[in-house]
Design a protein around this ligand. Sequence first.
Ligand code: SF4
Length: 352
Amino acid sequence: MSTTLERPRTGRPDVFVPELVYFEPDAMNYPKGKRIHEWAVKQGLPIRMTTSHNRITNLPGESELEQYKIAKRTLVVGIRKTLKFDQSKPSAEYAIPIATGCMAHCHYCYLQTTLGAKPYIRIYVNTDEIMEAANGYIQERVPQITRFEAACTSDPVGLEPISGSLAELIEFMAEQEFGRLRFVTKFHHVDSLLGLKHNGHTRIRFSVNSRYVIKNFEPATSRFEQRIEAAGKVAHAGYPIGFIIAPIIWHDGWEEGYAELLENLAKTLPPGINDLTFELIQHRFTKTAKNTIEKRYPKTKLEMDIEKRKYKWGRWGQGKYVYPDEQANALRLFISERIFDHFPQATIDYFT
Ligand code: SF4
């Protein structure tokens, strides 16, 4: 079991500590639930009980916006009942559910719409059952490799000091001949992962962006330098690593911004990283997302003018607004060239 909770928190103000914690009573029957409960008591956090992690209805706050902000600092500890995994194309076959929700405030985050009225943070304590389900999915596809993405509905590295769930998944996946784990993060809390046996079966990717995007649209995440330092640490620990540049945003000075980003990555990363991947995702939004973002971050500088975008039909439901082809191609070409200039050995998995 991870001992991350026992580390002193002084001098680490950037580790997430919720303001309010809910527990499903049954969560206490699991070691992780007990451990988080003991930690919350020790921290002196207000604790409430809830019958279901899906139904938190009495959050404090006068206005909708205030409730949203409080929800982002509310932790709910429960049991994941649905063990049917969603697909997670293009980066993996399945999403592995260990947590839902995130304490950061990235204006563009798609969780704004996918989590709807439930933006609070949920940690699932039944990791053994989740891993058993993953094993079932792996066996179905043998001898093909099955990849699991652990960051589809959350930023699990930001929560790792509380949950320890990634450590469990990494060690589980190390033993799976046909299973692989991957996750992406904007946080730097990787220290508890460095000494684990991973067998190269987990790829840790860091979400990075131009200085402008990080400064204007990613409040409450780890700083760029912290993310890069963390990338260096996990690379030294032998993990395959990667970078997701997302969302790629067309802004004044974007060429300088993305050129500087790649230059900084090349300067800061330890030399000789072999297995390095990049994933490139241009900014996109739905009409629903635009409305929600404008309500929650009314002063945002995020450009969401549908007149300036191309409509891309969605396979299931409403389509998305992406950049017109000319802009998308310019972004893709420019950034791909900079990647190969600095990292000739890298692979670009996709641009979408
Ligand atoms: S860190 Fe990731 S999951 Fe969290 S708010 Fe930002 S984009 Fe969303």
